[in-house]
Design a protein around this ligand. Sequence first.
Ligand code: UFG
Length: 347
Amino acid sequence: MELLITGGAGYIGSHAAQRALADGHRVVVLDNLDRGHLGAVERLRARAGEQLRFVEGDFGDERLLERVFSENQFDAVLHFAALTYVGESVAQPVRYYQNNTGSAATLLEAVDAAGVERFIFSSTAATYGEPGPEHIPIRESCPQAPMNPYGRSKLATEHMLADLSEAKRRAGQPFAAAALRYFNVAGADRTGLLGEDHDPETHLIPVILQAALGRRDAVNIFGTDYDTPDGTCVRDYVHVEDLVDAHMAVMGDLDPDAEEGARRFRAFNLGIGRGYSVLEIIEAVREVTGASFTVREGERRPGDPPTLFADASKIAEELGWRASVTDLGEIIDSAWRWFKANPNGYS
Ligand code: UFG
């Protein structure tokens, strides 16, 4: 298939591009390199050659989209590009809506006009907000009540996509879409080509690994007084390679000609289905790395729900996808190898 991958120079998008290329798809990566890395695209291109093309630009740039869509006949769009920092979204909400929702509308208009039949959207567990204990583990039917502009900007795009799918079904036009709600994505490509490179880095596992490498003074635990077994927050960490496999499984199962609306737009949780606390992650990093580093107990970070982990049975039942890596040590080990080999990321 011919695929457009927005955000394909970023952490998850580059892993998806790699997987798509390995499966024999032709890929156009569209990335404005604001947060993505040319180095990731270059590494991919060194392996894939002409099968991969790179367009530098913004997915909200209408004229650029017109050109890209007229030059290619995409079978599917995988839309990873987004702003993804919860804290930043609280400080700059309009920027988040502008990008994650407004630019997504521009992209969907181009998709609609070009008659692209498949669309996969990177959504987030943040669209669930702070589910009560009766909703843990979280099913797709859990009420979506995001607590921050990031989650709301993503949820609005889910709605837009569901509405577009329905409108095209009613109009008798082929189109099917999926929103994939990621839990905590972690780890790195096990061939060593790609990994996580964020600036600033705020995610727990890379932060601890940077401390283990001596590139950070200490790890701060954001809150030890949560109502969880050890008082620290619990999250569901899914390996990035498993996550991108799920995209391929979903893409293969989208049915643009389905008669029922429920087949035209689908949402799936992507997680391993169990949670680990911050303290468990710190311990696992100590075991994998053998490094000692300072850990400080700090205040809660605003907006962090105590416990989030997926009930990922829907995608298992419908598509047979399950995370293959459920061992925390293995997830951390793949990230550790990336950070040791690429201490300065792609630069
Ligand atoms: N944490 C620390 N110290 C740190 C960094 C994180 O204690 O230095 C804690 C956080 O408080 C949280 C857990 O580690 O409890 C995981 O934090 P991350 O920042 O790694 O990930 P989040 O769970 O906050 O965020 C992830 C995604 C977001 C998404 C969110 C859904 O990265 O895109 O899940 O809630 F919005």
